[in-house]
Design a protein around this ligand. Sequence first.
Ligand code: MRU
Length: 353
Amino acid sequence: MHKFKSLQTFYWKEETFYILDQRLLPHRVEYLPCKNHHDVIAAICTLAVRGAPAIGIAAAFAMALCGFQSLPECSSYERLKARLAEASQELLASRPTAVNLAWALQRIEKWLSMNDHLTPREIAAGLLEEAEKIFKEDVEHNRMIGKNGSALVPEGASILTHCNAGSLATGGFGTALGVIRAAAQEGKNIHVYIDETRPLLQGARLSSFEMFYENIPATLIIDSCAAYLMKKGQVDLIVVGADRIAGNGDCANKIGTYALAVLASYHKIPFYIAAPLSTIDLELSSGDKIIIEERSSEEITSFAGNSVAPENTSVFNPAFDVTPAGLITALVTEKGIVHKPDQEKLYKLCTKV
Ligand code: MRU
């Protein structure tokens, strides 16, 4: 059916971190060898690796790369720590919206401060172990999100999704696509509508690829077709991922998500966000405080290398938007489902052991 062996987002081999280059999908499966943290930053900025949890995991491995690379010049814990702190700041600046990046770097920093008795070589090896743990845990959490979310998917459901919140956007299995995958694995007869997701077509290129890969029936639509489908009664539920969830439940996700939530409310269709706890940012009181990345105008003024707008056309290209908590039917996490998420429920969810 398909010619690729797996949807493995990345792997580590002999002090090199290999990233599945998502810019080439669905036509080519090629892994980008990253030898140092600068290579990983370039991969994140150019979206060779993208999706909130995936960039967090990549950043953790980048820190391990930096650890190994710095060994010849850093003979003490203090020197290595200073070098790693610089790398961490550079990684943090690579994309601003997804909080998983900061979350993973903070976890690495915490590990580092708890292991000041180790030699630099032990530190580098320990950082790699911690990155592998983050990677593994992400896949486990996604499987739990899938299992929890599948309970919200009725037999025969027609599901709409946006962008790519699948295996490729995470360590594996996916969040929104994890819910869909779990429902399909449980034998539910489902059908998926995939928004193409302008301008970079993560839906067309990546989510369609994942659904095709797993034989889950799916139909690709242009983003502006979603309203028409809902009006015709052809969407039973919507499930998408998130890049950052503010303390009050407002969710940042790929541009176009907010429009879907408004449409869902108008058509009385359940609207679900599937995301791990690492995407929740309790430090932000509301979605207004989330920094929205703006990307280059060429993403809109050209298509497949051809210009589609007059030269010097003025462009506004935010990569994400924020859906207010009031429009979210439920948040699906590895710890369970939070109906009508709000500050109190999110705080409880994140602090309960
Ligand atoms: O710009 P991208 O492709 O990184 O945007 C990705 C999304 O918006 C995803 O929906 C989000 O990161 C969730 S991934 C599980």
